[in-house]
Design a protein around this ligand. Structure first.
Ligand code: KG4
Ligand code: ZN
Length: 334
């Protein structure tokens, strides 16, 4: 399909624009928001305001850098949901207005499906059917992917996302937001067997992470009573034990799903896919189980518009376009 698509993402704290030409991603411009660091999490109202500041310069840069004039665009693909309503509204309203002004189609993209389709930006690409473990600050899912637009969630978290478990755990340890990468760094130097945390048990391929965080909270409260300096002295071992518990929970459900569906094509997406402990573990499982593993390059794992543009490309190929009465859906169903 010979089309030039502009992708726009604004569901959380990244404003991003990308140009995709004939199914090839040309660029991926991302404006990240550091404003949330001091608050220990994304503040929705501040995120919306940052998106408002960033949306025009980001899209403008994506077009200029790709040497594409606005009149050459064939369609605009934009994240419709799930995400923060105010944040989504900025990108979606911009995309809708631009598509109306240019009289070109708008394509509604589901953010989580786009994380999965990020595997089709570059080679090597997974073969259908494959299982994708999508792990981010907002979601934890195992998805069975049968085709570009045919996917089913087979397991998901019933409470916190694994990224949230990393970030909330990090906050308890006094680390700044987002704490996932910091836990990862400290864990590398720590002993994962010194402290263990209770894993929550839930049915089938579902996950629950809020109990592990509570287990860390009670453990710290108890230790801090006898030694107020406990965290500083043992930070590396605590991070290693906590991270190991989270990884173990993810891997045990993923291996069960792989066995149950008889699928050895295993993909991983989302910001937590950056975690080195998780990457090492999935590689070692792959060796033992003959899995083929696919993890996109990091800029396509975290929130980005390239994945939105590529998802838009595959949806447009099937003739799926939005109506001018559509609006963002913070709780968009899969
Ligand atoms: O996909 P993403 O950029 O945004 C969402 O859609 O949520 O994921 C962000 C999440 C945050 O929770 C962050 O702490 C986590 O990914 N993260 C990590 C690492 N890098 C990012 N968690 C653990 N280890 C990492 N190295
Ligand atoms: Zn995301």
């Amino acid at each position: 399909m010979d089309k030039i698509i502009l992708g726009i993402e604004s569901s959380c704290d990244e404003t991003s624009g990308s140009i995709c030409q004939n199914g090839k991603v040309i660029n991926n411009i991302i404006a990240s928001q550091s404003i949330h660091e001091e608050y220990g999490g994304v503040v929705p109202e501040l995120a919306s305001r940052e998106h408002q500041k960033n949306i025009i310069p980001t899209v403008d840069l994506a077009l200029k850098q790709a040497n594409i004039s606005i009149s050459e665009l064939d369609a605009i693909a934009c994240t419709q949901g799930p995400g923060l309503l105010g944040a989504l509204l900025v990108g979606y309203t911009f995309a809708k207005s631009l598509s109306y002004a240019l009289d070109i189609p708008l394509v509604n993209v589901h953010h989580m499906k786009a994380h999965i389709l990020a595997h089709f930006i570059e080679d090597p690409k997974p073969a259908f059917p494959f299982l994708c473990l999508t792990v981010s600050g907002g979601h934890t899912q195992i998805v069975k992917v049968e085709d570009y637009n045919e996917m089913t969630v087979v397991g998901q978290t019933i409470d916190d996302a694994v990224g949230e478990a990393f970030d909330k755990g990090a906050k308890l340890l006094g680390l700044k937001y987002p704490g996932g990468p910091l836990i990862d760094q400290y864990a590398k130097k720590g002993d994962a067997d010194r402290y263990t945390f209770a894993e929550s048990r839930v049915k089938d391929f579902d996950f629950s992470f809020s109990g592990v965080k509570t287990s860390l909270l009670y453990f710290l409260r108890n230790e801090l009573k006898s030694d107020p300096d406990f965290i500083r002295k043992n930070l590396e071992d605590i991070c290693a034990g906590y991270q190991e518990t989270l990884i173990q929970m993810l891997i045990s459900k993923l291996t069960r799903a792989s066995e149950y569906y008889g699928i050895d094509e295993i993909a991983m997406a989302g910001g937590v896919a950056a975690n080195e402990g998780l990457r090492d573990r999935i590689q070692s499982e792959a060796g033992q189980r003959n899995w083929n593993i696919y993890i996109p390059k990091m800029e396509y794992c975290t929130d980005n518009a390239a994945m939105i543009a590529i998802a838009g490309y595959y949806q447009l190929a099937e003739g799926s376009t939005a109506s001018m009465t559509d609006s963002p859906k913070p709780r968009m169903v899969f």
